[in-house]
Design a protein around this ligand. Structure first.
Ligand SMILES: *Cc1c(COP(=O)(O)O)cnc(C)c1O
Length: 379
């Protein structure tokens, strides 16, 4: 058996990406605008449905930065963010001079706990600092408890920035993730379910919001023959080359989603009957995850094996795995930020592990993964 590296989540080209990229070269649209950018936006709009508008941008982080800006976040404001997430969910809050307030997860979806969210909001209000926005995340593709979170947000009239970077293709109550936020964002980084090598998008409810995002992301040029500016702009638009990759990837998105879900089922079967291992799965039929990454959570008292033992054993066989996101309230850079919650995300971080989930894994790869895991769990 060959021993080539098995990645956690690798890019996976479908075939027609190069055709769109070649077209860009042939027509000299080698710029951060052009037919691929427009085409990719149209593809995403029809995929997401619900009448949304999409602005293709240079990254998911840039999209969240502009989303928070457009939701009115300013210097000195507070913004609530799920603690257990990738740092890119929280960094844009700081770019705007605002302060993140972190909220713990609930164990069913590993996403923002509605109870602690409400606690954080009430605390802010009691200090005369009502949070300006809520960053809600769908970790590993698992939709957050959007109905409860939306109810609380609406009750206090706080807008939601939906970080759907990991959840393209996931649905909650039949509606696509990326369409729930007052503004939502997607990522097409190299490790996501589809990639443009690097890229992202803002998803909006109105054409005006989309136009505003395009305006801000192209240096905020006023309508004049010369360069005139009444607002601070950004250079955040997506390249027409990258968008060409995106158009090709849209043709295989549903296949990728099914392959990722197949990997999840593979782990469900592999760990069936192993005491003390929970394969992270949808809590009920309202939730449909793209299973961007398959995750397990160990109970080391029962397994007698830690997640780090498993990670190192896989690594010895050239198989990549990774701990779950380390919560932001435990990160040195956010040590001074407020936190509402208990130890739920911390425990998930300690005992969890993301397993290889790429859509291009082969039967041979799965055999190698199964062999290592079976040997470690004595099965
Ligand atoms: C990847 C990711 C982002 C950022 O997207 P980039 O395109 O890499 O900037 C934001 N939030 C979450 C949860 C992510 O996983």
């Amino acid at each position: 058996m060959n021993n080539s590296k098995i990645w956690l989540s690798s890019p996976h080209m479908g075939g027609s990406e190069q055709k769109f990229v070649q077209e860009a070269f042939d027509t000299n649209w080698v710029a951060p605008l052009g037919p691929n950018v427009n085409g990719f936006e149209k593809d995403l709009e029809s995929y997401l449905g619900d009448g949304v508008h999409v602005a293709a941008l240079s990254s998911g982080t840039a999209a969240l930065h502009l989303a928070l800006l457009m939701l009115g976040v300013k210097t000195g404001d507070e913004v609530i963010c799920q603690s257990m997430t990738f740092s890119a969910s929280a960094n844009p809050i700081v770019y705007l001079g605002a302060t993140p307030v972190f909220v713990d997860s609930e164990p069913e979806t590993m996403n923002m706990c509605p109870r602690f969210l409400e606690e954080a909001i009430l605390d802010g209000i009691s200090r005369g600092k009502k949070p300006k926005a809520i960053v809600a995340v769908h970790l590993y593709g698992m939709p957050c408890k959007m109905q409860e979170i939306r109810k609380i947000a609406d009750a206090h009239q706080i807008p939601i920035a939906e970080d759907s970077a990991e959840a393209l293709g996931s649905t909650y109550k039949g509606k696509k993730c990326g369409t729930f936020g007052d503004i939502s964002i997607l990522s097409f980084n190299g490790n996501k379910i589809i990639t443009t090598s690097g890229g992202g998008a803002m998803v909006t409810k109105t054409a005006e919001q989309k136009n505003k995002a395009v305006f801000l992301s192209t240096q905020a040029r006023d309508n004049a023959p010369h360069y005139q500016h009444s607002e601070i702009g950004y250079n955040y638009r997506m390249s027409n080359i990258c968008a060409g990759i995106g158009r090709g990837q849209m043709e295989v998105l549903d296949e990728h989603l099914q392959s990722r879900r197949k990997m999840h089922q593979f782990y469900v079967d592999l760990f069936a009957g192993v005491e003390g291992v929970r394969v992270f799965t949808e809590p009920n039929a309202d939730f449909y995850s793209n299973h961007w990454l398959s995750c397990i959570v160990l109970d080391p008292e029962k397994t007698k094996i830690t997640s780090e033992d498993l990670r190192l054993t896989l690594e010895r066989d050239n198989i990549e795995s990774r701990p779950l996101w380390k919560p932001m309230h435990l990160q040195p850079v956010f040590a001074d930020c407020a936190y509402f919650g208990s130890d739920i995300s911390e425990k998930l971080f300690t005992n969890g592990l993301c397993l290889p989930s790429s859509s291009n894994l082969t039967d041979n790869d799965r055999e190698r993964i199964a062999k290592v895991i079976r040997s470690l769990f004595n099965r």
